[in-house]
Design a protein. Sequence first.
Length: 160
Amino acid sequence: MIFFSRLILIIIATYAGTTLLAPISIMGWDIDIGLLALVLVGTYSGRKNAIVWGAFSGFLMDCLNPQWMGAGVLARATAAMFLSAMREKLNIEHIFLDGGVIFIAGLIDRCIYIGLTQYREQFFYGLWRFIIPSSIYTAIIAIILIILYRIRGILRPRII
């Protein structure tokens, strides 16, 4: 049952982030919902499973544009490998460190993807115009979601 819930989460988040939420972007900056779902799934699964889920999310991205097949798989699998390595090595508990790790994972994901597609000729322009602001935007949203999740845990009634 856990497998199917993670599968549905990754599918919906990846497609919603690339198709449905694209018109909601601010100045071309968008929230990478697929990466946030990958962070959530990678938190509760091991390193190998996180990489497999990342590759699956990248495959779903590649299905939308098959001429760049493999770019999304490599980008998301690398970002998932980075996220799982940071979870295991750093034992991150501070909210802003989580945001920093998600920011770097977003940079890794988008830089690899842009570098392997036809937009690589405008890489440095895209880096300053879209990649860095979108990664910051995603990290800020992730920090807000983490804060809300922790507040929900504090406000939840406990039975002793």
